[in-house]
Design a protein around this ligand. Structure first.
Ligand SMILES: [Zn+2]
Ligand SMILES: [Zn+2]
Length: 411
């Protein structure tokens, strides 16, 4: 059961409701540039996932087939008391593994390089929940291997994994305050805000997915304190709205140090040390700038209203295209959606530059409109993803390209 695909309309409606509440209350928890960047990272993660998810499915399948200790047929997981109990055990066991996967994702440099994408937003709202990494496929599956060794069916584990991620959506909001006892048992908006903080006292806390009890058991729990409001984001700010760069930034920092340190032990070790650790020689030559939260300012490049509207308009095209691609993936698999995904990624890249007001953004957008889009459509026809365009189809495409061009010129 693909719970996450079914949840997309629910995500969109919830986001619109939160934006409306934010507007009515005048709380300012949403900025369109930050939200677009977060959702772009989510779209990138989903679409790159079409080409990377097979890694974990393959390994999990092989472990289950060859090394499972118990044989648990799928029909054990029915609506009987035993079936429900087994589902609960699988969900709790997954959440336990999630705790460790998430904790390592923060505390070991190379894993943090991947997971940091989820934390770069300096706002905190439901769009932050969609902000997911595109590179976590290289490590996250490792932490769930014990469940496959035990012998839980892959269908069950994929479902409880999706439910776990789905649960975490609602906790990304500032419109829900403290919830008393619940904040000490479950992952809630209050204790997950702490998890997204860059304040010293909140760093490396509250890793749980559904239950925060794991944090309390393993010493990583912290409550939201009235005297210290959460400052959201990461200590080395992204300062960029490019979703590709968001996925590369921390890998780039690590590579910088790995190339410059003299010892081979450090060149390799840096990737696996505790996050923040640096080789002594690079620390001396390239000292880190320490961030002062008292003077913290959110990254917020100013655009004209017309340009912001253009970005928003093209962003709706991204959302529509990603839904069509999701449909294409379900019916035709990864191979069928490669070309549309490339077109989408180019658009995400161009939008990121436009959103950040970068100087070459217009040129990139013009190349996308006049060269990459028509070429992409030709390839889509050649590979059979779409049927050959009729005159009307070409007219619609032309209207999109020239309409966008005129709008861009005016913005
Ligand atoms: Zn995290
Ligand atoms: Zn989160």
């Amino acid at each position: 059961m693909n719970l996450l695909a079914l949840a997309v309309p629910f995500f969109l409606v919830s986001l619109l409701v939160e934006i409306f509440v934010d507007w009515r209350r005048g709380t300012g928890y949403y900025r369109s540039n930050d939200a677009i960047n977060s959702i772009s990272a989510g779209v990138l993660s989903t679409t790159t996932g079409y080409f990377s998810k097979f890694v974990e499915w393959l390994i999990w399948g092989l472990v289950l087939k060859n090394f499972a200790i118990f044989d648990m047929p799928l029909d054990w997981f029915d609506f009987s008391a035993r079936g429900i109990l087994l589902w609960v055990i699988a969900a709790v066991a997954w959440d336990f593994c999630y705790y460790w996967q998430h904790r390592f994702g923060h505390e070991i440099s190379v894993f943090w390089a991947s997971h940091s994408v989820h934390h770069q937003s300096e706002d905190y709202n439901l769009s932050t929940a969609l902000r997911q990494s595109s590179t976590s496929f290289f490590y996250s599956w490792i932490f769930y291997l014990p469940l496959f060794l035990v012998g839980f069916p892959i269908e069950v584990l994929i479902t409880v994994g999706a439910a776990n991620l789905l649960y975490q959506f609602w906790v990304h909001t500032q419109h829900i305050g403290r919830l008393g006892l619940l904040d000490r048992i479950m992952v809630t908006p209050s204790n997950h805000r702490v998890h997204h903080a860059q304040n010293e006292r909140y760093i490396d806390k509250n890793y749980g997915g559904i239950f925060v009890l794991w944090d309390r058991a393993f010493g990583t729990f912290a409550e939201e304190a009235d005297e210290e409001p959460v400052v959201f984001g990461v200590r080395k700010p992204l300062s960029n709205w490019n979703p590709f760069w968001a996925n590369i930034q921390v890998f780039d920092y690590l590579l910088f140090d790995a190339r410059r340190t003299r010892l081979w032990r450090d060149k390799i070790g840096i990737w696996f040390h505790r996050t923040g650790w640096r080789p002594a020689d690079v620390e001396v030559l390239y000292p880190k700038r320490h961030t002062d939260l008292a003077s913290f300012e959110k990254f917020d490049p100013q655009l004209t209203l017309a340009r912001r509207r253009y970005v928003l308009g093209q962003f709706f095209v991204v959302i529509l295209s990603s839904m069509m691609i999701a449909e294409g993936y379900v019916t035709g698999g990864a191979q069928a959606v490669l070309t549309p995904c490339v077109l989408l990624w180019v658009q995400l890249y161009a939008l990121g530059l436009l959103n950040g007001g970068q100087t070459h953004a217009i040129n990139v957008e013009l190349v996308r409109l006049f060269v990459i889009t028509p070429l992409g459509v030709l390839v889509l026809q050649l590979v059979g993803f779409i049927s050959p365009l009729t005159t009307f189809g070409w007219a619609v495409l032309g209207a999109y390209i020239f309409g966008s061009f005129l709008w861009l010129r005016k913005s």
